[in-house]
Write a protein that binds this ligand. Structure first.
Ligand code: HXC
Length: 257
């Protein structure tokens, strides 16, 4: 499929998606949203890909949903178009997705970043939920994910009073894995994704699923989910190979099965 609002490429076993509406600070119109998730799902189904990176440009990861596209919409139109439900597609991805964030990650842009499995930020990154300033609230998971990630008070401040977080604050509060100079954020994210992409694919998949279970449920149910993901790995060739390689003091040769 050819895309008009994003760019896609592969770097080794990493699938890279670059949001490409620089004239609109990478605001998400419906086309870009559809193309983004199509591209990610395509990489997710490609056995030559082990992890994905989503990025924007130096100035903006993404400035949220396209306000111009939504400004005149009625409630009924928004509901009929399933405007916010569309964002749930990211939850269906089985392989890790890393956000490489530079500049603005606002509204849906921040929500996209925090829907990813890891965040590598440039020192210029700024995270925020400014919806309150345009008379609405986050609709792509911001209220829920920020509350879980940051706790009630900071999430509340971001959502009801447009508090933005600098890259350093994001790192301090656990909203980023690492912060690097702006010249390096993308290379760093791709290198991290490549490292993950070289690991045993089924174990990575099960690990992602198990960690995500922690955000969904009680400890008891989460521990059950972990066990459900742990035992089946002993049916994979990669488990046998991984443990054998350890004992033989050599590098494992993963098959992905
Ligand atoms: C549409 C946008 C946009 C957006 C920027 N632009 N953000 N267009 N929707 N979300 C456009 C501007 O209109 C402008 O186009 C161009 O991008 C450059 O933006 P400027 O404002 O001139 O740049 P700057 O002064 O550097 O400010 C950057 C900015 C600011 C801080 C990112 O643009 C901004 O505050 N944007 C809105 C952020 C926001 O409120 N996001 C939440 C959206 S609601 P023109 O053609 O005018 O020059 C949301 C809800 C999600 O995300 C829920 C799921 C559906």
């Amino acid at each position: 499929m050819s895309y008009t609002t994003i760019l896609t490429e592969t770097r080794g076993r990493v699938g890279l998606v670059t949001l490409n509406r620089p004239q609109a600070m990478n605001a998400f119109n419906q086309t870009m949203l559809t193309e983004l998730f199509d591209a990610l799902e395509t990489f997710d189904h490609d056995e030559n890909i082990g992890a994905m990176v989503v990025t924007g440009n130096e100035k903006a990861f993404a400035a949220g949903a396209d306000i111009k596209e939504m400004a005149e919409a009625s409630t009924v139109e928004m509901i009929r178009q399933g405007r916010v439900e569309k964002w749930d597609r990211i939850r269906g991805l089985k392989k890790p997705v890393l956000a490489a964030v530079s500049g603005w990650a606002l509204g849906g842009g921040c929500e996209l970043a925090i829907s990813c499995d890891m965040i590598v930020a440039s020192e210029t990154a700024k995270f925020g939920q400014p919806e309150i300033t345009i008379g609405v609230i986050p609709g792509a998971g911001g209220t829920q994910r920020l509350a879980r990630l940051l706790g009630k008070y900071l999430a509340m401040e971001m959502v009801i009073n447009n508090r933005t977080l600098s890259a350093a604050e994001a790192l301090q509060f656990g909203l980023a894995n690492r912060v690097v100079p702006k010249e390096k954020y993308l290379d760093e994210a791709i290198a991290l994704a490549q490292e993950i992409a070289e690991r045993a694919p089924m174990a990575v998949r099960m690990a992602k699923d198990a960690v995500n279970a922690a955000f969904e449920t009680t400890l008891t149910e989460g521990l059950k989910a972990e066990k459900r993901n742990f035992y089946p790995l002993f049916a994979t060739e990669d488990q046998k190979e991984g443990m054998k390689a350890f004992i033989e003091k050599r590098k494992a040769n993963w098959k992905g099965k």
